[in-house]
Design a protein. Structure first.
Length: 418
């Protein structure tokens, strides 16, 4: 049976690697960690061979099928497609063209499997807009510090100070990659000399969020929102799970597990996460109730939140504009709910590591940053249920009332770690 994207997205890792066949020798290998790799099985010169075609979903179902069909044409001409692919990968290292654009594209191809697709696309957009048109044809070994600085100053001149620093870091990584691949000899990275030459970034203005005293009124306003019901439910899911807007907008029904059990879970795949790391969210009972209310509205779609005006995903600004309609223009953003949740949970004494894990923040300590996606899961389940119950109390408070916090289990983290 031919594969579909819906079926591929739902494929989960098992104890041992397993295969999903599409036909014509094309199959996807699902590893225990959930990673999915395209493979093509074929025979050449009487020998059975397997060729790698990339990682799903970076290589789409359609692209994998095109690669399979191209390989079949090569086989018909008595050409081994696997050997052709090896030669293509080696071409840059041995080719005369070692321009920074050629090496940069090779670096990006090598790196993008470890990045969220959206972020990988942003990096290439930056290179194609600000690097390749300026110095792309120059041999990477001949690039000098002054010409790199001149390129970055053009970015600064349009007021994009943060972007200039990001582009410098991308180019620096390209140079390090070129050394590791033997494309250029080991030498000083010219980007290292630019650290003190760029203009300082402006201070980041905090994203809007109301004072905690205004939270009861805001929660009641969301409950009474007279716009689309799906928008109201999306806002409430953001609040209860402390997720980012993009994570809720792109949520799929297939990502939710055990909704009729005592431990419901939302498993967001790494491809949809900012840090390209799978994120598990233990769902409080109030979030499950939201999903129950939402299912009759969008249950026929793979997506939880669709656009009523057009086919596909809910617009990026739908929830923000709903807050505007409620009177919170420049006073509250969707992202602000994460800050509110972090403030309340930290003030109530919950373990800071569990809070940061719930927010899916990166960790500067790279060893500690390699934590399992399920770390602190029992503690976070209790924490989010406390938070959902606390918000119910906050919402019920009338003007002038002092909000009485629910009691917090003392030393919660130690209790769950045994």
């Amino acid at each position: 049976m031919a594969l579909t994207d819906t079926f591929l997205r739902a494929a989960k890792g098992r104890e041992k690697p397993w295969k999903l066949a599409d036909g014509g020798g094309l199959f996807i290998l699902v590893q225990p960690d959930g990673k999915r790799y395209w493979r093509l099985s074929y025979r050449f010169a009487g020998k059975q061979k397997t060729m790698a075609l990339g990682v799903y979903p970076l290589v789409t179902l359609s692209a994998a099928r095109k690669a399979r069909d191209a390989a079949k044409l090569q086989l018909a001409e008595n050409i081994d497609p696997g050997e052709v692919r090896k030669l293509e990968k080696m071409a840059l290292t041995h080719a005369a063209d070692r321009s920074i654009e050629a090496v940069g594209r090779m670096w990006h191809e090598n790196k993008k499997a470890s990045l969220a697709p959206r972020y990988a696309g942003q990096i290439m957009d930056r290179l194609e807009a600000d690097v390749f048109p300026v110095i792309g044809k120059r041999l990477i070994a001949d690039i000098t510090v002054p010409e790199l600085l001149q390129m970055l100053r053009k970015i600064e001149a349009r007021g994009s100070l943060v972007m200039a620093k990001r582009v410098r870091e991308h180019v620096s990584q390209i140079f390090r990659f070129a050394v590791s691949e033997g494309i250029i000899p080991k030498a000083e990275n010219p980007c290292d000399h630019l650290l003190g030459s760029l203009k300082p970034s402006p201070k980041v203005k905090p994203r809007g969020r109301v004072h905690l005293n205004e939270l009861p009124e805001l929660l009641r306003a969301i409950d009474g929102y007279d716009g689309e019901a799906t928008t109201r439910l999306a806002l409430k899911l953001v609040i209860l799970t402390l997720t980012r807007t993009t994570e809720v907008r792109g949520a799929l029904w297939a990502e939710f597990e055990g909704l009729d059990t005592a431990e419901p879970l939302w498993r967001i795949p790494k491809e949809r996460m900012k840090m390209a790391r799978e994120h598990l969210i233990p769902l409080p009972k109030q979030a499950v109730a939201i999903l129950d209310e939402l299912r009759p509205l969008t249950g026929c779609s793979p997506l939880l939140f669709t656009s009523p005006a057009r086919e596909g995903i809910m617009s990026n600004n739908t929830m923000l504009f709903a807050l505007y309609r409620m009177g919170y223009h420049s006073r509250m953003t969707t992202h602000g709910f994460r800050g509110i949740g972090s403030t309340i949970l930290n003030e109530r004494g919950f373990d800071s590591d569990a809070i940061e894990r719930q927010l899916a923040h990166d960790d500067d300590d790279k060893i500690r940053g390699a934590y399992n996606s399920a770390e602190y899961l029992p503690e976070r389940r209790a924490m989010l249920q406390w938070y959902a119950d606390h918000l119910d109390v906050v919402k019920a408070a009338t003007p002038g009332d002092k909000v009485v916090s629910l009691p917090v289990i003392k030393k919660l983290s130690k209790a769950f770690r045994g």
